[in-house]
Design a protein around this ligand. Structure first.
Ligand SMILES: O=C(O)CCC(=O)C(=O)O
Length: 217
């Protein structure tokens, strides 16, 4: 069962809790968005986004890259983190200090004061791309939160419970928003509905999502 779409008023310097340990920070990175986009361009030249396959052989809908010590991969061997880009066989591009400092600041704002991200997943959505309901559980330390940054076109984010079929809220994630979840909410199912076409001055006809994680031990 899904609820009505709801959006949080786009007022910077506010926060809104969806659940005890799930916090949306509207427009939190708006002032840094151009710099983030420019840094991303350099990262994506070194490690271009690519459509990976699920372990079952299905092509994913979202193109993915990563920066930081670890990056996420999916192939016939399963879902996991690796320190090397599976296509270029090079270490992942460094996580820019601006990225980690914003992620740490957002986590602290949401109540997670010792966040130490070592992976930043870069999800690139074009119109029609979606992310099926899933749990983020490939990280070694599930006491650390997930910090998710939205850039560009708006997306409808599904926020569920701990069983796939649980009721879901649908939250509109807009450019500059940061969503943080952890603690008791860390293993909630979540996903993104198919992206609607549009144009954004920072990202053009796409949406980019960055998720910061502590993936290693
Ligand atoms: O694109 C988003 O906002 C969600 C990304 C996500 O769920 C993930 O990377 O696990």
């Amino acid at each position: 069962m899904q609820s009505e779409l709801f959006s949080i008023p786009k007022k910077q310097d506010t926060k809104h809790f969806l659940a005890d340990n799930t916090c949306i920070l509207p427009g939190f990175i708006c002032d840094n968005a151009t710099e983030i986009r420019d840094l991303l361009e350099d990262i994506l030249l070194l490690s271009p986004p690519r459509y990976m396959n699920t372990p079952g052989g299905q092509r994913m809908s979202v193109a993915l890259s990563s920066c930081g010590t670890l990056g996420w991969i999916s192939d016939a061997k399963g879902y996991r983190y690796s320190s090397y880009d599976p296509d270029t066989h090079q270490p992942r591009p460094n996580m820019p200090p601006l990225f980690s400092s914003l992620a740490i600041k957002a986590a602290a704002e949401a109540g997670f004061r010792d966040f130490r991200p070592d992976a930043c997943l870069i999800n690139c959505y074009i119109p029609g791309s979606k992310m099926s309901l899933h749990q983020d559980k490939d990280e070694q330390d599930l006491t650390q939160p997930i910090v998710s940054v939205s850039l560009g076109l708006p997306a409808e984010f599904l926020w569920g419970g701990f069983i796939r079929g649980d009721a879901k809220q649908t939250l509109l994630l807009q450019h500059g928003d940061v969503l943080v979840w952890g603690g008791d909410d860390r293993l909630r199912f979540h996903g993104i509905k198919p992206l609607k076409p549009g144009w954004h001055p920072i990202t053009g006809d796409c949406r980019i999502n960055l998720t910061f994680r502590k993936a290693g031990g």
